[in-house]
Design a protein around this ligand. Structure first.
Ligand code: TXA
Ligand code: MG
Length: 344
């Protein structure tokens, strides 16, 4: 009679969410200086931060995320004068920094010996970014340290754009989350490889579009092959740029003509499948029809992308069908994340 009755013992969340008051910021800065990890808001996605000069703190980041040790971290700074402690900047890097920092642009440059191997996965290059989020900047200033921070999600899952997302994913692994509201951009930073300034390369599309970077550099960028790279342990390609990433647990499939697929599904009343449109579709309504932004505004769609994928994942559909965004500007970043989420 009691078969079917299960008692699931869940580990309680140990993470506390802190508002960005001066007192809380001072406390969290002291935790970071002490070698603890703190989840922090940024304009792109939430990050899990630790002192970039402290190998033990950085090892905690990898443990909390379940991130493979060969996937290097981004180092965050608040002032250009910190750059020389992190990397060997070249003129091209300084030009992009002046144009786009603080903001959602990450530069890959030859690393300084001060950055420990755990941060760069023993590479001779390091990724560096100056974020624009007010509270993240306050924390960087208060610690007066460069902070290494990957996205604050379990490895491979959808990146967090709110403090609640961080707690849902890492709540049993970390203790401190700084709440800075919903991320205003919603997809991770654009990454540009500037190790060789004569051959700048785009490693990951983001809110800062290729055309703007090419304009500032006066040079074309080498673009990544679509579909992502295969995992090559110790290889030269950024492991976080794996074909499969940012993935909901529910299988996601991309379609060139989503409206046609949804109409067929409607006839056969396939309510177990969700349809995620870029803009609100004409003549299609129902509990399983969704859109990233009713008017198809690319910036608003990017802002909602990860929260929408999480929501659909939680609704236990058997499959999610989606379409691509128009492939311009931030639309390229949306498509990149959708393609990785759909990769099997
Ligand atoms: O917007 C962002 O970039 C967010 C916020 C928190 O700053 N961070 C973020 O970190 O997305 P993460 O770790 O999820 O993605 C960083 C990517 C990974 O794909 C990693 O492999 C790549 O940057 N990366 C880091 N260091 C690198 C390096 N030296 N060379 C090439 N790729 C690198
Ligand atoms: Mg990530």
């Amino acid at each position: 009679m009691f078969s079917g009755l299960f008692c699931v013992v869940m580990k309680p969340s140990s993470a506390k969410i802190y508002r960005g008051t001066p007192r809380n910021l001072a406390f969290l800065a002291s935790r970071l200086r002490f070698g603890e990890v703190v989840a922090v808001p940024s304009e792109t996605v939430y990050g899990l931060a630790g002192n970039a000069f402290d190998p033990a703190a950085c090892a905690k980041i990898f443990r909390a995320k379940g991130r493979p040790a060969d996937d290097p971290l981004i180092v965050h700074i608040h002032a250009l004068k910190q750059l020389a402690d992190i990397c060997l900047p070249n003129d091209a890097a300084l030009r992009l920094a002046r144009e786009f920092w603080p903001g959602p642009l990450t530069l890959v440059l030859p690393k300084s010996p001060r950055i420990p191997d755990v941060v760069t996965a023993a590479r001779d290059s390091v990724a560096v970014r100056m974020p624009s989020h007010r509270l993240f900047r306050r924390l960087l200033k208060l610690t007066n340290l460069p902070l290494a921070a990957p996205s604050a999600n379990p490895f491979g899952y959808i990146s967090p754009t709110t403090a609640a997302h961080v707690r849902a994913g890492l709540g049993t692994k970390i203790r401190y989350i700084l709440d800075g509201g919903a991320a205003s951009i919603g997809v991770e930073s654009t990454i540009v490889d500037l190790r060789d300034p004569k051959r700048p390369a785009l490693l990951r599309p983001g809110a800062i579009a290729v055309a703007g970077i090419e304009g500032a550099l006066g040079k074309r960028l080498t673009l990544p092959r679509s579909g992502g790279s295969k995992r090559k342990p110790g290889g030269q390609i950024a492991p976080g740029l794996l074909a499969r990433h940012y993935s909901p647990r529910t299988q996601l499939t991309l379609h060139a003509n989503l409206a046609a697929v949804a109409k067929v599904a409607k006839k056969t009343s396939l309510r177990t499948q969700a349809f995620l449109f870029f803009a609100r579709p004409m003549n299609l309504r129902g509990p399983n029809i969704f859109c990233l932004d009713p008017r198809g505004n690319p910036r608003r769609a990017a802002r909602r992308l990860f929260a929408m994928l999480r929501k659909l994942d939680g609704m236990k559909f058997r499959r999610i069908h989606s379409e691509r965004a128009p492939a311009v500007g931030i639309g390229r970043a949306i498509n990149d994340r959708l393609e990785r989420a759909a990769a099997r």
